[in-house]
Design a protein. Structure first.
Lengths: 330, 294, 434
């Protein structure tokens, strides 16, 4: 919807700008107008092919009765108007209830995971800003979770979270003597925390990497000036480092948010096809509602709802953060 | 010389000696964090050195029966070397193209005002909000149809996967690069333009070098996105083009889960990536140089 | 979208010849009649083992017919998704293996070639196959969507050393005897019997058989979901009660989904498991064939048979032809080859399964005690899982319900008839409306 309305203007602008533009009066304004569009063109074409067109097809699917009986020739599947949506948001029925529960679980999970990832990443980057022995080693070590293939990393955690044979219970129960009997981590309510730990372990190095790169752009004389004014290290971090990271953080937090919200691989590898209710993230839930039950129409409808929600959140987020930035610039 | 300058800039961030509270917080924090990071890695290493019967038994800090057999068996159970080559080619190519495309786009967004800019960024970003699981069927369908119409085999081939992955990382790459470019003072490229550079050469002579840590970070991100992706690879590859992310699952068969081999294989294939990170480190801390600011 | 497809379809005919060559490594349903693409499922201990088993046979087929078969062994984790995308796009293999419980679901998509009389004739006729295996090839009364390739059934495997130590002289044949043996075995951190509480398919297989023993089915005769009948509730409760009330299953089993119950068994931590052909896995866990015994899976009383005496589901792999194949003739030839006596004996032997082909079953290899149990179970007391299009949904929702009940039992929460019924009720509401 946004998409259809969105692409034409820029394309039109390109078409308008290019033909005459190249040879028209030297270094004219026209050419300068065309330039940004030309720079964007490759990205735009790729996005159209791999994301926007399939997304439009996905939206179309959500209005169809696309069950196993029709997937073979799905352009001929019957239109079902809003049926898929009414099923998805009928919160009194089990399908809608489960979706709502999964949605809230995902929200809580995302907030915690993004918060922890950002905190660990930023703190580690700041602590590693100054040179000391072992700094280079730690910097590489911290990127290791990111370098391991997702499947390998998560399966290792699943291995560690086993109730009877895993390392986690070996430490908590056998060695530290916490709890009467070993806890379950992969089923039941604890599975939420297990998932959170794995997600943070896998996700924080990205925040670390991004912030570390962001720190490089802070001019050194700002610190010198602050030091001359008598500001200590903590004060410098609060008044120089963190504010300077603002624009990097703005992107980083959004990236982490969208990623975590849509994360599929982690719960899928950790729990298999049926996640415990406490850790039933929305992406896995949608997977179940489409691939496992072969009802792609309902799955698409849920995805569209998710898309709308994320669009709103992102919109509000951008509005708030950019306004904040403008005032701080003044 | 500029690199030296920058190194120094980073090293002595604060002319004042750091207070004790800072040093202790740092020490404790980094120790805990290191333990958190290392723990699973240790489990991988120790499990990869155990015979299968031991791995599926109770966890032991010190393995009782050590063997390096899994490191030989991994090549027999699964064509690991082929998968590795596929992954490197796919992730490498996707990274190069993605970063290149993103640099141009981010330059436009960061340095120009034009109609539809807001719309472009929001649209590109919105593509990240649709669960991948539902792109899967439509995208596959598009690739098949393109294949039928033009003869370019996009499904089942490395090219198709490269195209897919490069687009996966593109939106965030553009965004992150825009953020990094924004933090580079405009005076830098203005100065270059005064010196007679065109917009494109200003990009490559001034902005790209100054933003190199950001570009490296984005490249690492693009690489890892492609390196770890499971879902699309599981459907869009066949046994000649299968990537590691999917191929590693071959150690868990219907009958057996070869825990020790999964971990041995994961470690083996991760070594080159970690070494790569190590080599990129020095570029990560270069960037905006003291010399260039003047 | 539709216009896009139309335009593309128009261009297809022009580019067909070109595509065939350009596809190279692609899926070859449009390839020349001299080649076929075959998606095999992972039957051996690894994908590479499967290739080693199958490739010589494919070479022999090429020698006999001049048709080259391009083999791709697909891991189970990907197989169904690959089939679904192939179905959606029409771009798939010529021949493929499917789990036999998927038959009816895949049949309803219309992607598989129906085995009408003429097609069956081309591979030697329906009568070559064992009845129970044919019962799991699609909705009853419709032309089958696939033909049986490998067959398996559940049996009771017991750990000889543990039985001896507990003073149990003969393997249990009824559930009461299982409980009694289980009680003797359960001590000092050891358990009577193992379950895979988080493995949805395994849960389904077990509660399906128990439901049969209670005279119940999860679907009515006209194919409607019926999960909350007294028999179905009793069956699910009976299975979960092995852990909840009888306490002969270790609580940790509630989270098992990767055959951990088999490694417990091999480590003398669990006395019994109900499984299909686990010998390969025992061996790789360091347990030799002389250390375990096998007996028919238990029944309520008496001997295994049909109806309430059912003691296994019909497990196995079917072979199907993709409807879009451009080489139907070659595909049929290949299926005929794979279901021939010679190949059936060779392949089933290699995979530790039993041939669904009657004449091949007579081979002495399958008279070995461990396989004879399975062969006899298949012949006399195995029932096919419901052959309804919604089978795959059924596995997901009911399998999940059982998983959650095991989680309750493991956490010490009571599992009552009411709580079981409530879970099954919820599962039923998640099934598509008919």
């Amino acid at each position: 919807m946004t998409q259809t309305a969105v692409t034409p203007p820029s394309e039109r602008a390109v078409r308008k700008a290019t033909p005459g533009g190249a040879r028209a009066p030297r270094r004219s304004g026209r050419r300068r107008i065309a330039l940004p569009y030309l720079l964007l063109l490759p990205a735009l074409l790729l996005e159209l092919l791999v994301h926007l067109v399939p997304m439009l097809m996905g939206i179309t699917m959500s209005f169809k009765e696309l069950t196993q009986f029709y997937i073979r020739n799905w352009s001929e599947a019957p239109w079902s108007a809003l049926d898929n949506y009414t099923v998805a948001i009928d919160f009194d029925a089990p399908v809608g209830q489960a979706l709502l529960k999964s949605f809230f679980t995902t929200c809580l999970f995302t907030v915690l995971s993004v918060g922890l990832c950002w905190f660990l990443g930023t703190a580690a980057a700041i602590f590693l800003q100054e040179n000391f022995r072992g700094r280079g080693f730690l910097r590489t070590l911290f990127l290791v979770p990111y370098a391991l293939p997702v499947y390998a990393a998560v399966i290792t955690w699943a291995f560690m979270f086993q109730r009877d044979n895993g390392l986690v219970n070996h430490v908590l129960h056998d060695q530290l003597g916490i709890g009467d009997s070993p806890a379950f981590w992969l089923i039941g309510d604890n599975s939420f925390w297990a998932l959170l730990v794995v997600s943070v372990w896998k996700g924080w190095p990205f925040a670390f990497l991004t912030v570390m790169a962001g720190l490089q752009n802070i001019p050194r004389d700002m610190y010198e000036a602050a030091a001359l004014d008598g500001a200590g290290v903590w004060k410098q971090i609060r008044h120089i480092t963190l504010p300077s990271l603002r624009s990097v953080n703005q992107v980083l937090v959004l990236v982490l948010f969208l990623w975590t919200f849509n994360d599929f691989n982690t719960p899928f590898v950790l729990f298999g096809k049926a996640a415990p209710e406490a850790a039933d993230l929305i992406s896995l839930h949608i997977y179940q509602s489409s691939f496992q039950t072969w009802n792609f129409g309902t799955g698409s409808a849920m995805s569209v709802l998710l898309l709308l929600f994320l669009l709103v959140v992102t919109g509000v987020y951008l509005l708030l953060t950019t306004r904040g930035r403008k005032t701080s610039d003044v | 010389m500029s690199e030296h300058a920058s190194r120094r800039a980073v090293v002595h961030r604060s002319p004042m000696a750091a207070p004790r509270s800072f040093l202790w917080t740092r020490r404790i924090f980094l120790t805990l964090l290191t333990a958190f990071v290392v723990l699973p890695v240790y489990v991988m290493v120790s499990s990869s050195l155990k015979p299968l019967e031991d791995v599926s038994g109770k966890f032991e800090w010190i393995p009782s029966g050590l063997t390096i057999r899994p490191y030989f068996d991994i090549w027999e159970t699964v064509p690991l070397a082929d998968y590795f080559v596929n992954s490197i080619v796919v992730a490498g190519a996707a990274t190069v193209f993605s970063v290149a495309v993103a640099i141009f786009a981010a330059y436009a967004v960061s340095r120009y005002t034009f109609r539809g800019k807001r719309v472009f960024t929001v649209t590109v970003l919105s593509t990240q909000m649709f669960p991948g699981i539902l792109f899967l069927l439509p995208l596959f369908l598009i690739y098949v149809n393109i294949g039928n119409a033009t003869g370019i085999a996009l499904f089942g081939s490395r090219e198709g996967l490269i195209l897919t992955y490069l687009t996966f990382s593109l939106p965030f790459s553009i965004w992150m690069l825009t953020g990094y470019f924004d933090s580079i003072p405009r005076e830098l490229d203005e100065a270059a333009k005064v010196d007679g550079c065109g917009p494109i050469s200003a990009l490559f002579r001034v902005i790209v070098p100054a933003a190199s840590p950001g570009i490296i970070a984005v490249a690492v991100y693009a690489f890892m996105t492609a390196w770890g992706e499971v879902l699309f690879a599981s459907v869009m590859t066949n046994d000649t083009t299968r990537t590691l992310a999917v191929g590693l699952q071959g150690y868990a068969t219907q009958n057996d889960v070869y825990w020790n081999q999964v971990m041995a294989a994961s470690l083996v294939v991760s070594v080159p990536v970690v070494v790569g990170f190590l080599l990129l480190q020095r570029y990560l801390v270069a960037g905006l140089t003291a010399g260039a600011v003047k | 979208m539709r216009r896009f497809r139309a335009a593309v379809t128009g261009a297809v005919s022009l580019s067909l010849a070109f595509t065939a060559t350009a596809c190279g490594g692609g899926e070859g349903s449009e390839a020349s009649p001299k080649t076929l693409t075959y998606w095999a499922s992972n039957q051996g201990s690894s994908l590479e083992v499967d290739k080693k088993v199958l490739q010589p046979e494919l070479d022999q087929f090429e020698e006999e017919t001049g048709i080259k078969v391009k083999l791709e062994v697909i891991p189970w984790s990907d197989l169904l998704n690959r089939i679904l995308t192939a179905t959606t796009s029409g771009q798939g293999p010529d021949i493929l293996n499917i789990g036999n419980t998927w038959s009816a679901s895949l049949q309803s998509t219309g992607a598989l070639l129906p085995w009408d009389a003429k097609n069956l004739e081309a591979i030697g006729g329906k009568d070559r196959f064992v009845d129970s295996a044919l019962g799991s090839t699609g909705v009853p009364g419709k032309e089958p969507a696939a033909v049986p390739l490998y067959s398996m059934a559940y049996a009771l495997y017991y750990n000889k050393a543990m039985f001896k130590e507990a003073g149990i002289t003969k393997p249990p044949t009824t559930w009461d005897e299982v409980a009694a043996a289980g009680k003797k075995l359960t001590k000092n951190g050891k358990a009577g019997i193992g379950v895979e509480g988080s493995n949805l398919s395994n849960n389904i297989h077990q509660v399906f058989v128990l439901a049969k023993q209670h005279g119940a089915d999860f679907f009515t005769a006209d194919g409607k979901a019926d999960f909350t009948s007294d028999g179905a509730v009793a069956a699910v409760k009976q299975y979960v009660d092995l852990m909840a009330t009888q306490k002969i299953v270790a609580p940790g089993n509630a989270e098992y989904a990767q055959n951990q119950s088999l490694s417990d068994f091999a480590k003398d931590k669990t006395g019994m498991v109900l499984w299909q052909t686990p010998s390969q896995t025992f061996a790789s866990q360091g347990m030799g064939p002389e250390e375990w015994g096998v007996a028919p899976a238990p029944v309520p009383s008496g001997k295994p048979g049909t109806g309430k005496q059912t003691n296994s589901m019909v497990a196995g792999i079917n072979m199907a032809v993709f409807k879009n194949t451009k080489n139907l003739d070659g595909a049929l030839k290949f299926v005929k080859f794979m279901t021939s006596d010679e190949e059936q004996i060779l392949l089933n032997k290699a995979y530790g399964s039993v041939p669904p082909v009657k004449s091949a079953q007579k081979d002495p290899v399958f008279a070995d005690p461990s396989l004879a149990v399975i062969r006899d179970t298949l012949a006399t007391s195995a029932a096919a899982l419901p052959q309804v299009p919604e089978e795959s949904q059924f596995e997901t929702v009911v399998g999940t319900a059982v998983k959650e009940l095991f989680a309750d039992a493991a956490a010490g929460r009571p599992v009552t008839t009411e709580s079981v019924r409530a879970k099954l009720e919820k599962a039923q509401q998640q099934m598509p409306k008919k």
